[in-house]
Design a binder for this molecule. Structure first.
Ligand code: HEC
Ligand code: HEC
Length: 483
């Protein structure tokens, strides 16, 4: 009888895990591309489940130089490999969430994407890149991993590499807009590869990498510029990308996006700045995570298929891994807000009302969860959730990258006090800059991301709040900082 009860409990636990790659759900996951003929076609269900599941090993914190406990390296060397995710042992809701935290921090790459193991032991590397260090001396963007005894590997490119923020005083905030300077680190890595391999070979590699961002069907694809860029141009392009912005898969090295805050993601109807992915339930967040980390490389676009793309990925997350990850993301909480509502914030709230910010940034989420067509985009189909209210922001990200839908999502304003840079491309470093009327002048130099050649001027559009007096602006920001 006891065995039967246990089996039934196990079956119930299994039953609640949604099937990630359910064909009908995958086929309707995304909005059509701005040009629907080139919407992504994903790998089919049978092929998806033939990809081996990712084995999740126990990982260990990375410490900044001089902060490692005595004997730490020797201790790591002596560790046996341990499996850290076993779905059969995960039962309570709390256990699912904790298992999801493990998945969040699990590396998906053991190669140098942003940094090498040597880099993370070199104080000069931290000085040059401004890589943040937590109060306890750890570097939460990477993990030591033991997959074979005696071999301690540096792993990264789990969610933590991009979606973890270390606040100024050293508090680690998982899920917040990340602030590891990944692309600046990548630029250093490229410069040293050019010294070691020679310019030509390093250039061939980085051009091949950059080709994944191209959209051959666009007459004037800005990503094509990488075909004529030199090593020095690529290094410059990487150095220009500030922490909080990153060129990840399916975005662009030329038009990298702001890394979104994942705290509060459960309430969002659309994912990505362009609202490409629908979030109809937890299964869609699982699909999103699998796609963004592993499956994107298998996408085909109309008849223009897989130019420059690779064979099937070596691993994917299992369905229970993705389910626990999504439950963990749903459990994330913001750090304690030091900003209290004072007289200035109360005045700011009145300005927020008067300026009709709430039409789009509607309380309590401070977003209406809607999409706004970019200037110059003429939708061919009706999409539920669209608000036709042109705001004139830079349309390129939503028209000239694989995330193209022709729309921008209205972002939530919750948590602006602990994040930045702002705007879908992170062009304004602070809220003060976002509401600085001179940002729309052609001779303005953005304080956040400036563009790959560092020459792009002005932050156009979203004119809301730009006509306020100085004190009014301060009050509005005081209010926003309380959210
Ligand atoms: C290399 C950096 C990087 C890694 C690694 C990464 N992300 Fe992201 N993530 C981004 C960027 C950049 C965006 C914004 C893309 C866009 O808007 O088009 C994003 C967007 C998202 C979004 C959409 C949120 C929203 O509100 O629009 C979710 C959800 C997300 N990531 C979850 C994850 C999870 C879960 C993992 C790990 C399995 C992960 N990401 C790994 C950089 C990264
Ligand atoms: C018509 C809809 C609309 C109205 C009205 C509006 N916003 Fe926005 N807001 C947006 C959209 C869309 C974005 C994203 C712009 C982008 O991605 O570049 C945005 C971005 C922002 C951001 C940057 C957020 C981030 O995470 O990067 C802030 C701050 C902001 N708005 C504040 C305000 C305030 C304050 C007002 C009123 C003075 C206001 N907005 C009025 C639609 C609106």
């Amino acid at each position: 009888m006891k065995v039967l009860t246990a089996l039934l409990a196990l079956a119930a636990a299994r039953a609640q895990v949604p099937t990630t790659w359910a064909q009908a759900e995958v086929d309707t996951l995304e909005l059509p591309a701005a040009n629907p003929a080139y919407s992504a076609i994903h790998l089919d269900q049978a092929a998806y489940y033939r990809i081996p599941e990712r084995v999740i090993y126990r990982t260990y914190p990375v410490y900044a130089p001089g902060r490692e406990p005595a004997g730490y390296r020797e201790w790591l060397q002596s560790r046996e490999p341990e499996i850290a995710f076993d779905a059969s042992k995960v039962k309570s809701k709390e256990q699912w969430v904790r298992a999801g935290e493990t998945v969040f921090n699990t590396p998906t790459s053991f190669q140098a994407v942003f940094f090498t193991a040597d880099n993370l032991r070199d104080p000069e590397f931290f000085r040059r890149t401004g890589m943040p260090i937590a109060t306890d001396g750890t570097v939460p963007f990477a993990r030591w991993t033991v997959r074979r005894k005696g071999e301690v590997e540096l792993g990264s490119m789990g969610c933590n590499t991009c979606h973890t923020r270390v606040l100024a005083e050293g508090t680690v905030v998982p899920g917040a807009q990340g602030n590891n300077p990944g692309d600046r680190q990548g630029a250093l890595l490229l410069a040293s590869a050019a010294t070691m391999l020679g310019q030509e070979q390093a250039l061939a590699r980085v051009r091949k990498f950059a080709r994944q961002f191209q959209m051959p069907w666009l007459q004037d694809d800005c990503n094509r510029v990488t075909e004529t860029m030199t090593i020095a141009d690529f290094v410059k392009a990487g150095e220009e990308i500030p922490p909080g912005v990153t060129a990840r898969a399916n975005t662009s090295m030329i038009l990298p996006p702001q890394i979104p805050d994942l705290i509060g993601v459960r309430q969002r109807r659309f994912l990505d700045h362009t609202g490409l992915i629908r979030q109809r339930g937890i299964g869609d967040l699982m699909r999103y995570s699998s796609l963004a980390q592993d499956l994107f490389s298998q996408d085909r676009y109309g008849s223009n298929s897989t130019a420059g793309r690779a064979g099937p990925p070596s691993a994917r997350y299992s369905d229970p891994q993705l389910y626990s990850l999504a439950l963990y993301l749903y459990s994330l909480q913001p750090p304690k807000n030091p900003h209290r509502s004072d007289a200035s914030a109360v005045r700011g709230q009145a300005i927020f009302r008067r300026e009709k910010c709430a039409t789009c940034h509607t309380p309590p989420l401070y977003t209406n969860n809607r999409l706004i067509p970019a200037d110059g985009f003429h939708p061919s189909a009706e999409i539920a959730g669209v608000l036709r209210a042109p705001i004139g922001v830079d349309a390129r990200y939503t028209l000239e990258t694989h995330k193209n839908t022709g729309y921008y999502k209205v972002p939530s304003l919750k948590g602006v006090w602990y994040r930045g840079p702002f705007g879908h491309n992170g062009s304004a470093a602070t809220l003060e800059d976002w509401f600085d009327p001179s940002r729309i002048r052609p001779d303005y130099v953005p304080t956040g991301y400036k563009g790959y050649d560092g020459k792009t001027r002005s932050i156009p559009g979203h004119l809301f709040g730009l006509t306020l007096s100085g004190p009014e602006r301060e009050d509005l920001i005081a209010f926003l900082n309380t959210l």
